[in-house]
Design a protein around this ligand. Structure first.
Ligand SMILES: NC(=O)c1ccc[n+]([C@@H]2O[C@H](COP(=O)([O-])OP(=O)(O)OC[C@H]3O[C@@H](n4cnc5c(N)ncnc54)[C@H](O)[C@@H]3O)[C@@H](O)[C@H]2O)c1
Length: 294
């Protein structure tokens, strides 16, 4: 049930592919809170995914756009303003994709064309969204732009590969663009660093089920769900957080400030008593040419 936190506001939501998508939950919550929104995704994702069904449910439209293409983004902002009847108040960037992760390339043996793609889709698209919006003067004063990130931007996580570099860049864009956009137009820009969450993108990360379990045991509040992430996004779109900008905000049940928890320690101890083949010190550091993906 909504509290009209976004009543009268207009928003654009990137990245709702299917009901698991974090953006899907954000779109539903924004609608519930009284916002008018448009949805966007790549033409392929619209064809293969379920975005059209969500649009029908929320009584809105889907505008196809590849977020790496500035012509598509220009069209998206223009069409959205026309359909919604004015300038935009909030934008959710909920986009991530790494061909190196998909093709299981080892981090010490990256394909650099893939790396370009990872950075363009997962990070530079965020800059492109903001640069396009600013050129069109498409976002109202006190508007709010949010992108979704992950703690691998600050710390190293097994299997996260070049997405870690993309997230570091994404968070840097929030600071650098947030300064300009805030100073000139009072538009705020933040990233939310979310717990591991079961979605199409999340499942692509090697060892994701174990990462999910580890984060759950380490976090005093447990992992934050997609629905809880959506709630947090709504607060950032609302006027209740008007003075928050250029921040990377952890939404992770406390994970990012933990070192070791009792629950994780107990589970680890159980593993120590089992006869496992992981005792060799070198096992943590396989050479790249072993083709072991780490
Ligand atoms: N799932 C997790 O564990 C987790 C944790 C922290 C942060 N995140 C971040 O949350 C965001 C949303 O991911 P999700 O987990 O909901 O997965 P998801 O797969 O549902 O969403 C990813 C979306 O990106 C879209 N996309 C890919 N390339 C695009 C392009 N060129 N232009 C426009 N859209 C494009 C996809 O179509 C899809 O809708 C991502 O930035 C992801 O890195 C996810």
């Amino acid at each position: 049930m909504g509290n009209n936190l976004l009543k009268g506001k207009r928003g654009i939501i990137f990245g709702a592919l299917n009901p698991d998508s974090i953006a899907w939950k954000v779109a539903e919550r924004a609608h519930e809170e009284g916002a008018k929104i448009t949805l966007t995704n790549t033409p392929v994702a619209i064809r293969m995914g379920e975005t059209n069904g969500l649009a029908e449910k929320l009584n809105t439209i889907v505008i196809g756009a590849d977020a790496t293409n500035t012509d598509d983004l220009t069209n998206l902002f223009k069409e959205s303003m026309e359909y919604l009847g004015g300038k935009i108040d909030f934008v959710l960037h909920s986009i991530g994709m790494s061909p190196n992760v998909r093709k299981e390339r080892h981090y010490s043996d990256l394909d650099y064309n893939y790396l370009d793609k990872t950075l363009d889709v997962s990070a530079i698209s965020f800059h492109k969204v903001m640069q396009t919006a600013r050129k069109l003067d498409a976002i109202n004063e006190w508007g709010s732009v949010v992108a979704l990130s992950y703690v691998a931007a600050q710390r190293t996580f097994y299997g996260y590969n070049d997405m870690a570099d993309a997230k570091a860049l994404l968070e840097s864009f929030a600071r650098s663009f947030g300064y300009i956009y805030g100073r000139e137009r009072r538009v705020r820009v933040n990233t939310i660093s979310q717990s591991p969450t079961i979605t199409t993108a999340g499942n692509g990360v090697k060892g994701f089920d174990r990462l999910l379990d580890f984060a759950e045991r380490m976090s005093p509040l447990g992992n934050a769900s997609a629905a809880e992430c959506a709630n947090y996004c709504i607060t950032l779109f609302s006027d209740l957080t008007k003075m928050v900008t250029m921040q990377n905000l952890f939404h992770d049940g406390g994970f990012s400030n933990m070192g070791m928890s009792l629950r994780a320690l107990e589970q680890y101890e159980k593993g120590l008593h089992q006869d496992c083949a992981c005792g060799s010190a070198n096992d943590d550091y396989p050479s790249a040419d072993e083709h072991r993906y780490d």
